[in-house]
Ligand binder design. Structure first.
Ligand SMILES: *Cc1c(COP(=O)(O)O)cnc(C)c1O
Length: 824
């Protein structure tokens, strides 16, 4: 509990008005959550946030200015700076608790070390804390529940967070565990460590330590103070012999898996003398430890096999340790590695993923990589000689599961390891594979981890969210619509209409599409580079100088001209491979394609060129979304060309004509294959041709509110003063503009969504900013999510609606959101 008068004394605050309550259950800062009897800590004094906090039940407010509204029934504490006040309270509290402070520094591995340390310390002491030590609010919260009887306060932190050293200066730790940190970090840590304190380091990181007592740990390396050797990695735990000071402890065991976790155990053991914990008790304790969710946590898979959930720790080091463990521990059964995108700096991602893929090739019987980063791991495995039939790239959990089950039911002797970052959502894969759904409570990111508390809002100005499950659904329905005898080609040109060619293409192929189509050879090569092995057709012009790339990579291209055809033939000859081509006929659109009268002679030429293989013939409708009569006319012309080719014995295998609109509206023109682009994204080609209700939109575009203000009657908004407030209006400013593809002229978006309601765009759209009128929407505040395209609550803004606003088509709405807007 937080006592009002303790807090006032600690932080030198002023009570504003009467004290309504004296005890608070917690410090909170999110006013949209129910606060019950908590003290709401305001950062900045947005009166709306404060009012919201009071409505949500806050018993007290910690603010830097007295609120302007009625605060009856609430204790208001006014301080100069709320974060400084929390800091002062933390210092006061630590002093009062007389707790010894242990800080564990590290990245993801600190979590396991903290669990081990907590378990060991609890053998003799009351332990509080457990929070991330670089955030005043979470530190303060961690110290709330104790009533003076804690003897040890435990925190963890990352040295990558510069705020760490500020907090260490306040915490003044007695013990710091910092394996794997640089000499510079260790030196700074030592400066905050108590004189009689203890520092636990890796044997290798001794350099920066000076002064204090140091205890070193190592696995299989002698010379450290705490050494584990004769390590045996097993399916249910890790065996080791221990050398500690002068003593040996032979044949010991911990239930934690792998060498990385064994090191966490050693770090825990290294502090036991400092806290008067007997080694025998400590060794007994580590036998039965349970790792935190998502850290090499063993679960039971469907089919009875072992499922290792390593989805919380998305570092390459952890994934690599996981593969080492798999190799050491594997028994007779299959070893299955499922890897989602790991947390790696963008410029190192490709290489690090590839290296992991190389390693996985040595230990896995089946290897599934989910996502663009993990695709590089698959390429790494193939490079290392892994067989294509055992390696798969997927883009979402459902496909990963489908691929895994595609090899038949899972078996009792399977060992399945799953790793990958939060963004990859790999815990959903783990959840789907659980033998007992009740174990879902044991997964990472289902409420076990305290969410990272931060006063900062979103890191991007605007972003795109892609729902690949919606895409998969649309593709499956399209495939069902055309039936088993018609091929579905997914058109992913222009980076899949701006959504992402690789992810859209892979998802389409995994859900019923048999082929991809793109506009240029460059796009096709990118797909090959990303590991797509299925057939790819280039629909537009291919420069002859690139024809050899097409031949080498088995990419089919479009021909419509005799001169080009001869050049392609020569280029293919140089590669020693035949180049597949599709003949394009212009049946009335007046765009790319040979005219009907010349189709037969061009086909005769193609057949005579030895290095070309004619795979198909096609045309394209110009009015499939608006004029059925003209479609029929084009189809009639196309059929007569086909008959002519037939008559000369030269009809090629594949005939295709239909785009999205024709696929949906004219089953009679499906021929052997349909080429679907827009409908993949759940969008309707036109007013006349609609996608079925069951199709779902794939893409949303979002931003947030950067400012809210009230402007008086007549006040202008935006460049050129083209808009003036009619009466007093509340205006919200959004950090998005035409430089992102949020169009300015001749017409702009008419509305956006905020709090599930439509807010009209007012004034001119600027390069990076846009104003909307939120007078009718209560409670709009800085940081509120804004939907530019997509759904919020029950309200939706569709690409078709925006297309009407802008006077264009939904295709252009999608493709004009600029590539600089991040996709996720
Ligand atoms: C773009 C394109 C398609 C796909 O069109 P949608 O209307 O998006 O389905 C099909 N065929 C050709 C030749 C294309 O250029």
């Amino acid at each position: 509990m937080i006592n009002l008068y303790d807090l006032l004394a600690a932080c030198g605050g002023q009570l504003y008005g009467e004290a309504a309550s004296q005890l608070f259950s917690d410090f909170r800062f999110d006013p949209s959550q129910p606060l019950e009897t908590a003290l709401y800590v305001a950062h900045g004094n947005d009166p709306r946030q404060l009012e919201r906090a009071v409505r949500q039940g806050a018993a007290g407010l910690l603010v830097s200015e007295p609120p302007s509204f009625d605060t009856t029934g609430v204790s208001v504490i006014v301080v100069r700076d709320t974060l400084e006040a929390l800091k002062a309270w933390i210092e006061w509290r630590l002093e009062r608790l007389k707790a010894r402070r242990v800080v564990i520094i590290g990245d993801s591995d600190a979590t396991v070390t903290a669990e081990v340390a907590r378990a060991l310390l609890t053998l003799r002491h009351t332990v509080c804390g457990g929070a991330v030590a670089t955030d005043w609010l979470s530190l303060a919260r961690a110290l709330v529940p104790n009533d003076g009887d804690s003897r040890v306060a435990l925190f963890r932190a990352s040295a990558r967070d510069e705020a760490l050293f500020d907090t260490l200066a306040v915490l003044r730790p007695d013990v710091v565990i910092a394996p794997g940190e640089s000499a510079a970090v260790i030196e700074r840590v030592c400066a905050t460590l108590d004189e009689d304190g203890l520092l636990v380091l890796d044997q290798r990181d001794m350099a920066g330590a000076a002064g204090q007592r140091v205890s070193t740990v190592a696995v299989d390396e002698f010379g450290a103070d705490v050494v584990a050797y004769n390590v045996v990695c097993g399916l249910s735990g890790t065996g080791f012999d221990l050398r500690y000071g002068g003593q040996r402890y032979v044949g010991r065991w911990t239930s934690l898996l792998g060498r990385r976790q064994l090191r966490a155990v050693l770090c825990g053991l290294a502090i036991t003398p400092f806290f008067d914990i007997a080694m025998d008790d400590a060794l007994q304790c580590v036998k039965g430890l349970t790792p935190p969710p998502g850290y090499m946590r063993a679960l039971k898979a469907e089919g009875g096999g072992l499922l290792i959930d390593n989805t919380a720790d998305a570092s390459p080091a952890s994934a690599s340790d996981m593969l080492d463990w798999l190799q050491a521990a594997r028994s007779g059964g299959r070893s299955v590695v499922i890897l989602g995108d790991l947390h790696i700096d963008e410029n190192q991602s490709e290489q690090a993923h590839r290296a992991l893929g190389n390693r996985a090739a040595e230990v896995a019987d089946l290897f599934i990589g989910q996502g663009a980063g993990a695709a590089a791991a698959i390429r790494g495995a193939l490079e290392a000689g892994f067989s294509r039939s055992q390696a798969t790239i997927t883009f979402q959990p459902a496909e990963t599961i489908a691929r895994l089950r595609g090899d038949g039911p899972l078996r009792a002797d399977d060992v399945i390891v799953v790793a990958g970052g939060a963004a990859a959502g790999m815990e959903r894969v783990v959840r789907a594979l659980l033998a007992d759904p009740a174990d879902a409570g044991l997964l990472a990111r289902v409420g076990h981890e305290t969410p990272q508390l931060s006063f900062e809002g979103p890191t991007r100005q605007s972003w795109i969210e892609v729902d690949l499950e919606a895409l998969a659904n649309n593709v499956r329905q399209l495939k069902a619509m055309v039936g088993p005898h018609v091929e579905l080609a997914a058109v992913v040109k222009a980076d899949a209409y701006g959504v992402g060619a690789v992810s859209v293409g892979r998802t389409a192929l995994l859900n019923g599409a048999q082929r991809l189509a793109v506009a240029s050879i460059h796009e096709a090569l990118e797909l090959r580079e990303a590991g797509v092995q299925e057939p790819i057709l280039v629909l537009s012009y291919t420069p002859p100088s690139f024809a050899r790339h097409a031949a080498r990579h088995g990419i089919a291209i479009t021909v419509y001209d005799a001169g080009l055809a001869r050049a392609y033939d020569r280029a293919a000859a140089a590669t020693g491979r035949r180049l597949r081509v599709h003949l394009k006929v212009d049946t009335g659109m007046g765009r790319l394609g040979v005219l009907p009268g010349e189709a037969r002679s061009l086909m005769r030429l193609l057949r005579s060129l030895p290095n070309l293989e004619v795979e198909g013939v096609f045309t394209h409708f110009s009015t499939a979304d608006e004029d059925p009569d003209y479609v029929a006319e084009q189809a009639r012309v196309f059929r007569s060309v086909l008959e002519e080719l037939d008559a000369s014995g030269a009809r090629p295998g594949m005939v295709h004509a239909a785009n999205s609109a024709a696929t949906l509206a004219f089953p009679e023109y499906h021929f052997d294959m349909v080429r679907v682009g827009l409908a993949l994204h759940g969008l309707l080609p036109s007013e006349q041709v609609r996608v079925p209700e069951t199709f779902r939109p794939v893409l949303s575009w979002k931003t947030f509110v950067a400012q809210v203000k009230t402007l008086p009657d007549g006040h202008p908004v935006g460049y050129g003063n083209t808009y003036r407030c009619e009466g007093e209006q509340r205006i919200a400013i959004l950090p998005v503009g035409y430089a992102d593809g949020f169009r300015r002229a001749p017409r702009h978006w008419s509305h956006v969504l905020i709090r599930g309601q439509r807010a009209p765009v007012v004034g001119r759209v600027s390069m990076e900013k846009t104003a909307v009128n939120v007078t009718q929407i209560p409670d709009v505040a800085i940081g509120d999510e804004v939907v530019l395209l997509g759904q919020q609550g029950d309200t939706r803004i569709t690409a078709d609606e925006i297309a009407r606003d802008l006077g264009t088509i939904s295709y252009e709405v999608l493709t004009s959101i600029l590539a600089r807007v991040p996709r996720r």
